[in-house]
Design a protein around this ligand. Structure first.
Ligand SMILES: *Cc1c(COP(=O)(O)O)cnc(C)c1O
Length: 533
């Protein structure tokens, strides 16, 4: 009876008989009761090119009511194509179905919990979307004169002011298009500042728990990276820091709370040690979902930081879509901010300031990803100060609920209090007492797909071998958290009783284990058609 769960979900879809038997086979692959698992409604979908049949159209044009023009006469034959080449030809409903069916292969926050640690995959409130689609905002053009862009400039100014209030910093740029670009921008500010003081410093200190973008940004900015080991609590080792900071260190890049979800409780001392040697403190603010409304980086000694609007401030992310990584800084760095900045004119109107002789220049076309500013501001205003604080508290509570329910089932390498995410390891499952090969974090992550969830973050941060990093965010109800906890407990049981089942997961998806190396090294990104092979 309990095995009925998954098959019920797809009852009524086409090809029921075929699917039921697969459902039964699939159900046998569960030790316990899968609560959410379901196979994809359709397991096979051709490429849209393969669906094409000549002459089909997805549009109908109105009758021509102006004189027809001979394009060849107008443009010359050289510019005229004979046909559409290999463009697919389908009817409107076929196109709609094709893409709708494809979309069901994707996991999304709108389908269920997305516990991908470090990524803050929170719900993107629909009110944000409604506001971003208002005609005056969606259709605004960056070439419009300032006098006709007062609303857009007002949004950028108000968002800037809100972010400065939230971070406790003095000045900000909204230009960078993502967190990593914010890091680069912040480091360029650091370099410009140090050079303005006549210091040609060469090194950036980065703890071993850092996100990979941190050392990459430092290297792109022309710095050497010096690695700082974390202590047993997963925090910066102050004695080690003191030993490493010298006249060659331009700044330290620190993620707070760290990638293991731990707050650097001695952050102010870290700042003091750096400042005493003329070095600056950069904070990777991607984890601000644990701090907003509770504490402010500007108050605990941070000189420059980036925010991820697409994480903390609920603008959509993933799939390469637009992000936004504003950089906030203290007064000493303000002269170097990218240009233009937003200016208040003597008559109270807003404008853009290009006259910034010490600026590092532009980092992005126009003023950044404006649509993200609108969404982030809608989120901030809809929540208000109390709502934002509540959000932070709920995010931390959810992570700690998961920690309390799963500690012991999975190994917890760092016992320091968790903030918005919790990092377990696969030690108990990968190292079996009976000497049999165990299952690894990646296997359990894939098995989670069978239970209807996106995987947690696998094998990151690197300081935890076999890391399983879970960030629930505030969006999830206790019911959804319990489903995840249930699924992970069952996976732990399966790892014990039937490790092969976990090692070969997922079993419910259209494709199982892809060759991830080949996919990265030799990606096939273009359909070439049968003729071209
Ligand atoms: C996500 C993240 C980044 C990078 O942000 P992008 O917007 O993906 O470039 C940097 N640091 C940390 C800690 C992150 O979680």
């Amino acid at each position: 009876m309990s095995r009925q769960g998954p098959s019920e979900k797809i009852r009524g879809s086409a090809g029921q008989r075929v699917k039921r038997s697969r459902e039964v086979r699939m159900a046998e692959k569960f030790v316990g009761t899968p609560k959410k698992a379901t196979t994809h409604v359709n397991q096979n979908e051709n490429l849209i090119f393969e669906e094409s049949s000549p002459g089909k159209k997805g549009y109908r044009l109105a009758q021509l009511d102006v004189p027809a023009v001979d394009a060849s006469a107008l443009l010359g034959d050289a510019l005229r194509r004979d046909g559409l080449g290999m463009m697919p030809e389908l009817s409107e409903i076929e196109i709609v179905r094709h893409f709708t069916r494809l979309s069901t292969w994707n996991y999304a926050i709108d389908l269920g919990m997305y516990p991908l640690g470090s990524c803050t995959m929170k719900y993107n409130p629909r009110i944000n979307e409604a506001v971003a689609r208002l005609e005056g905002l969606a259709e605004a053009h960056p070439y419009q004169p300032e006098s006709l862009s007062q609303g857009a400039l007002g949004i950028m100014k108000l968002l800037s002011d809100c972010l400065l209030e939230i971070t406790g910093m003095d000045a900000i740029t909204l230009q960078p298009a993502a967190g990593a670009q914010g890091e680069l921008t912040g480091l360029l500010l650091v370099r410009a500042y140090q050079e303005s003081k006549g210091r040609a410093r060469k090194k950036i200190l980065i703890p071993d728990s850092a996100h990979g973008t941190n050392p990459a940004s430092a290297a792109i900015c022309g710095y050497q990276v010096a690695n700082l080991r974390s202590n047993a609590l997963g925090m910066v080792d102050l004695a080690e820091l003191e030993r490493m900071v010298d006249e060659d260190v331009a700044a330290m890049m620190l993620t707070n709370p760290s990638t293991i979800g731990v707050f650097e409780s001695e952050i102010h001392k870290i700042a003091d040690i750096l400042h005493a040697k003329g070095a600056l403190l950069y904070m990777d603010g991607a984890n601000m979902n644990a701090l907003v409304g509770k504490t402010r980086p500007g108050d605990f000694g941070v000189d420059v930081m980036h925010l991820n609007l697409h994480k903390t401030f609920s603008t959509p992310h993933g799939g390469g879509g637009p992000g936004s990584g504003p950089v906030a800084c203290k007064k000493i760095l303000e002269p170097f901010l990218p240009q233009p900045t937003i200016r208040t004119n003597p008559d109270g109107s807003l404008g853009l300031e290009y006259n910034r002789p010490q600026s590092i220049g532009r980092v992005r076309a126009w003023y950044g990803n404006f649509g993200m500013f609108v969404r982030a501001l809608a989120y901030i205003l809809a929540n208000g100060p109390d709502g934002l604080r509540q959000t932070t508290e709920d995010a931390v509570l959810n992570a700690n609920y998961i920690r309390a329910k799963l500690e012991g089932v999975f190994d917890l390498p760092y016992k320091s209090p968790s903030l918005h995410e919790v990092v377990f390891s696969d030690r108990l499952q990968s190292q079996r007492k009976d000497g049999q090969p165990g299952v690894k974090t990646g296997d359990m992550g894939k098995r989670l797909i069978d239970y209807g969830f996106h995987a947690y973050t696998v094998s990151f941060p690197l300081v935890v071998p076999g890391a399983m990093m879970i960030e629930p965010t505030e969006s999830e109800s206790r019911d959804e958290l319990d489903l995840l906890i249930d699924a992970l407990r069952q996976i732990a049981r399966e790892a014990e009783e039937n490790p092969e089942l976990v090692r070969t997961a997922p079993h419910t998806t259209r494709l199982q284990r892809l060759d991830e190396t080949m996919a990265a090294r030799k990606p096939v990104l273009r359909w070439k058609g049968p003729a071209a092979g």
